[in-house]
Design a protein around this ligand. Structure first.
Ligand code: GDP
Length: 294
């Protein structure tokens, strides 16, 4: 499909061959094709326009070498621009403090609890002692879900099913972690189907009190423009450190990665590609750029 786009771009260029130069005139149609490809991949229209304007500037005046078709050249420039837009290279999570606290935020159904388990497994594999904390006090099933995941990955889960005070639970969990020598505490929080004031205040309070070394925002990549709006709202309230993009095993090409990065300017740190605990990858901007272009 990657070739598809360069073929389409070649067609748009029609006659430009060999050592011709890319000019304003012959690049215009091509840029439209690129914009369409980005929008097809779920990139927000405004963002796609800004990106393609940049690509146009970047491409102008470049020589088309005999060995490279103008389509291939444009795809390469586009890929470079998209990679840059998504931060250029991967950004690791910060793990400081004893224990290091990681706060997980996001809407219900985004994949928070699943990701909490996956991150636990990932850190365990990297040699860290981990404690998972069930702080979703509104959804008893979330506690059971986390316990099942904890068992599966061999990581302890702290919960207080009768306690309705998330901050108290988290503080008790941290005390428990200190006592039992766990160096990392991952706190799974409550989510609602839509942004809700009570939920926001609760997680804001958790962040202030726990002073996590990393606050992550989990978002379903299939939700398109909504994902961008939710990211903006959560960032305004939480000033999170990074984004986790989930459900990339679905049929989305992942354009939300570009839109979110562009709107909130926070790095995407992980991507989730399935329901299984091993379906977690570190986010690499260059790989995502390839995926977005098809
Ligand atoms: P939470 O409400 O945010 O805690 O979301 P959950 O972790 O319970 O996930 C909601 C649903 O999405 C569950 O059925 C998960 O198995 C599923 N899920 C989570 N992450 C992924 C993913 O990356 N891919 C797919 N296909 N499903 C996922």
């Amino acid at each position: 499909m990657f070739d598809n786009l360069s073929l389409k771009l070649d067609r748009a260029f029609k006659t430009l061959k060999g050592t011709g130069k890319i000019t304003e005139i012959n690049v215009a149609t091509t840029v439209k094709e690129i914009r369409r490809a980005l929008i097809d991949a779920d990139v927000n229209y405004k963002v796609a326009k800004e990106v393609t304007d940049k690509i146009k500037d970047e491409a102008m005046g470049r020589d088309v070498l005999i060995s490279v078709s103008p389509g291939q050249l444009l795809v390469k420039i586009t890929q470079e621009e998209l990679t840059k837009l998504m931060g250029g290279s991967k950004v690791d999570i910060k793990l400081s403090g004893d224990p290091a606290v990681i706060l997980i935020s996001g809407l219900q159904g985004s994949g928070k609890t699943t990701f909490t388990g996956k991150l636990g497994a990932f850190l365990k594999k990297n040699g860290r002692q981990v404690l998972l904390v069930a702080c979703d006090i509104y959804r008893p099933a979330a506690i059971d879900q986390l316990k099942v995941l904890g068992e599966q990955i061999g990581v302890e889960v702290y919960s207080e099913p009768e306690n309705k005070n998330a901050l108290q639970i988290a503080n008790n969990a941290i005390a428990h972690a200190k006592k039992t020598g766990k160096k990392t505490v991952i706190v799974d929080t409550a989510g609602r189907l839509a942004v809700d004031e009570q939920m926001m205040q609760e997680i804001e309070q958790l962040k202030k009190a726990l002073n996590p070394s990393e606050t992550l925002f989990v978002v379903d990549s299939m939700t398109g423009q909504d994902a961008v709006n939710t990211a903006k709202t959560f960032d305004e309230r939480l000033d999170f450190d990074g984004v986790v993009l989930t459900k990339l095993d679905g049929d989305t090409r992942g354009g939300a990665a570009i839109s979110i990065r562009h709107v909130v300017n926070k790095p995407i740190k992980f991507i989730s590609t399935g329901e299984k605990m091993e379906n977690l990858d570190i986010f690499h901007p260059d790989r995502m750029a390839q995926r977005i272009l098809g």
